[in-house]
Design a protein around this ligand. Structure first.
Ligand SMILES: [Zn+2]
Length: 195
């Protein structure tokens, strides 16, 4: 799928919106990412996930890990396409952990996938669990990747769509300069009222 067709699909379902958003960290963004709005549709999720899967087809992946609840549909679909197990971390006693009998094994080859790669911190608990089990991290994948670097944990980092340069400090924000009204973004990624 061409990048332009992917972007059009993301806009059509509101997974990507253009505006002037006040982020929690104080910066302003000209784009808002809401991957749940597109990955809820299995046929769309299948096409988006294939853009991650194609990089790992020949790499004998045994297990795909979702480090957050929102990433579970991505891990399940990537796991299905790679014929690998899919497991997820959830918050237990304040820490993200594997439970429900999920286990990682010595020598297993794993990738960690997310709906939205914002920073490396959300990946760290999954990487720590892999290290503890002596399993091997082969790569990182995301539907959206808005990080500056694509070399986290010194492995292959791939994304369906990679975007940056859309965030600015208010003093340097082009949309502030243009006088575009500002919308606040809630923690769950919804923008303003009624979104
Ligand atoms: Zn602004």
């Amino acid at each position: 799928m061409e990048r332009s067709a992917l972007i059009e699909l993301l806009y059509s379902r509101g997974a990507l919106t253009d505006g002037h958003y006040a982020l929690e960290d104080g910066r302003h963004s000209s784009l808002l990412f809401r991957p749940a709005r597109i990955i809820q549709y299995a046929p769309h999720n299948r096409r988006l996930c294939f853009q991650i899967v194609r990089h790992f087809l020949e790499l004998d992946i045994h297990v795909v890990i979702a480090p957050t609840i929102g990433s579970i549909p991505v891990a399940v679909e990537v796991g299905r396409q790679l014929e690998a197990r899919a497991v997820f971390l959830e918050e237990i006693d304040g820490a993200m952990q594997l439970s429900r009998g999920f286990q990682l094994h010595d020598g297993e080859r794993a990738i960690v996938v997310m709906d939205l790669l914002k920073n490396d911190d959300e990946l760290r608990p999954a990487v720590q669990q892999l290290r503890r089990a002596d399993a091997r991290l082969i790569g990182i994948g995301g539907i959206f990747d808005i990080r500056e670097s694509d070399r986290a944990f010194n492995v292959k980092n791939v994304a369906t769509i990679r975007m940056h340069d859309h965030c600015h400090l208010p003093a340097d924000c082009p949309r502030c300069i243009a006088g575009t009204p500002l919308t606040s973004v809630d923690r769950d990624g919804s923008a303003g009222a009624g979104s």
